[in-house]
Design a protein around this ligand. Structure first.
Ligand code: ADP
Ligand code: ADP
Length: 225
C-alpha cells in the first residue's frame, strides 16, 4: 500500500530572474505503509524544499503529491490544509514545542483542535509519551526537559493526530551523538509501533543505514542508496 507518492516534482526559486534556482528537477518517490526512508543530501541540495512540498506546506511548480491515493497538488487550499493537519506529522531539528504548556498539553492541544475531548486527548498523549519513555515528564514545560526529552515529546506531538506519514528534517541534528542514538531509537520504536511511514532527512549515515531504504537527493533528483 502506497501512502505517499511524489511524481515528477519540480521546484524553482526566483523563476525567470537572473538568480533562478531549479532546486527539484523531477523528484519521484513512493513511501509504502510502515516504511521508513532516509533522505540524504548535502546542505543546500533542497531537502527542506522537498519535505515542505511533500508535507503540503509549499506547492511544486510541476508534478504531483499524493497522500493515501489522493492527488493533493493543485487542489484547493482547504483540501490541502485538511490533509496536512490529518495525514502529515512534522518534526524539525529544533522542537518548536509551545513553551508555556506542559509536555502533555503540547500533545493534547493539537488533538483538541481537531475535536477530541480533553480526557481522551490526554490519555493518548500519555500513551505516546510512555512509548518514548518520557511519561514521567508529562507535567513539565519544555524548558525543564533535556534536549533529548524535548525532541521525544516533539515526536509524540507530530503523531498526536495519528497521521499517515511523518516528515522529519534532521530530527537528531541538534543533539550530541549519544543522545542522538537514544532519541533515534525512540523514533524507530514509535514509527514501528504505529505502522506509520516516515521520510527522515539526516546527515548521519549510521542512522540512515538503520532505516528500510536510503534515497539521496543529487542535482535535483532522487537516487537510491
Ligand atoms: P537544504 O534543506 O538541502 O539545505 P533547501 O531546500 O533549504 O536545501 O534549499 C535548496 C536551495 O534553494 C538552496 O540553494 C537555497 O538557498 C535555495 N532556497 C531555498 N529556499 C529559498 C527561497 N525561499 N528563495 C530562494 N532560494 C531558496
Ligand atoms: P533548514 O535548517 O531546514 O535547512 P533552511 O536554511 O533551508 O532551513 O531554510 C529556512 C527557511 O529559509 C526556509 O523557509 C527556506 O525556504 C528559506 N530559505 C532558505 N534559503 C533561502 C534563500 N537563499 N533565500 C530565501 N529564503 C531562503
Amino acid at each position: 500500500e502506497v501512502v505517499m507518492r511524489l511524481n515528477g516534482v519540480e521546484k524553482f526559486y526566483n523563476k525567470g530572474l537572473a538568480n533562478e534556482v531549479h532546486v527539484l528537477r523531477g523528484v519521484d518517490l513512493s513511501l509504502s505503509k510502515g516504511e521508513m526512508v532516509a533522505l540524504v543530501a548535502p546542505s543546500g541540495a533542497g531537502k527542506s524544499t522537498l519535505l515542505h512540498i511533500a508535507g503540503l506546506l509549499d506547492a511544486p511548480d510541476a508534478g504531483e503529491v499524493a497522500i493515501g491515493g489522493d492527488v493533493l497538488s493543485g487542489r484547493s487550499d482547504r483540501r490541502r490544509t485538511n490533509a496536512r493537519r490529518n495525514d502529515v506529522g512534522f518534526v524539525y531539528q529544533f522542537h518548536h514545542l509551545l513553551p508555556e504548556f506542559t509536555a502533555l498539553e503540547n500533545i493534547a492541544l493539537p488533538q483538541m483542535a481537531n475535536g477530541v475531548g480533553k480526557a481522551a486527548a490526554e490519555a493518548r498523549g500519555l500513551e505516546l509519551l510512555a512509548r518514548v519513555g518520557v511519561d514521567h515528564r508529562a507535567d513539565h514545560r519544555p524548558a525543564a526537559l533535556s534536549g533529548g526529552e524535548q525532541q521525544r515529546v516533539a515526536f509524540c506531538r507530530a503523531l498526536a493526530n495519528a497521521p499517515r506519514v511523518m516528515l522529519a528534517d534532521e530530527p537528531t541534528g541538534n543533539l550530541d551523538p549519544a543522545t542522538s542514538d537514544q532519541v533515534f531509537d525512540a523514533l524507530m520504536e514509535l514509527v514501528r509501533g504505529t505502522g506509520l511511514s516516515a521520510l527522515v532527512a539526516t546527515h548521519n549515515m549510521e542512522l540512515a543505514a538503520r532505516m528500510d531504504r536510503v534515497v539521496r537527493l543529487e542535482d535535483g533528483v532522487l537516487v537510491q542508496g
